[in-house]
Design a protein around this ligand. Structure first.
Ligand SMILES: [Zn+2]
Ligand SMILES: [Zn+2]
Ligand SMILES: [Zn+2]
Length: 105
């Protein structure tokens, strides 16, 4: 699994031009290109297609601090299961972009 995080103006922990608060550390995988991006805006700026939501059970989230992969249920606990870093709770506003709705319950 390629754990490289892609995006614009990335820092060492996966923050990007669009989301760069202390807790903006989660990277999300696009189902089409199977690569992790700091956010969907980065993806859509760099890829030749729009972000395609992942199956929530398909380890769609990558912690930018410790590179731990996790599924949706682990991600929504709000902290990384490996390094306990907190995730930005506002990311859930974009849930429909990042995760296929069907299995998100
Ligand atoms: Zn893609
Ligand atoms: Zn971004
Ligand atoms: Zn972590």
């Amino acid at each position: 699994m390629d754990k490289t995080i892609y995006g614009l103006d990335l820092d060492q922990q996966g923050r990007c031009r669009h989301y760069h608060l202390a807790n903006d550390i989660a990277a999300l995988k696009c189902a089409q290109c199977q690569q992790y991006y700091a956010c969907y805006q980065c993806h859509d700026a760099l890829a030749d297609h729009l972000f395609v939501a992942c199956d929530p059970n398909d380890l769609p989230v990558l912690c930018g601090v410790c590179q731990q992969l996790m599924n949706y249920n682990q991600y929504v606990t709000g902290v990384c299961p490996s390094c306990q870093s907190a995730f930005n709770p506002k990311c859930s506003l974009h849930r429909d972009i990042y995760f296929k709705e069907s299995a998100c319950n």
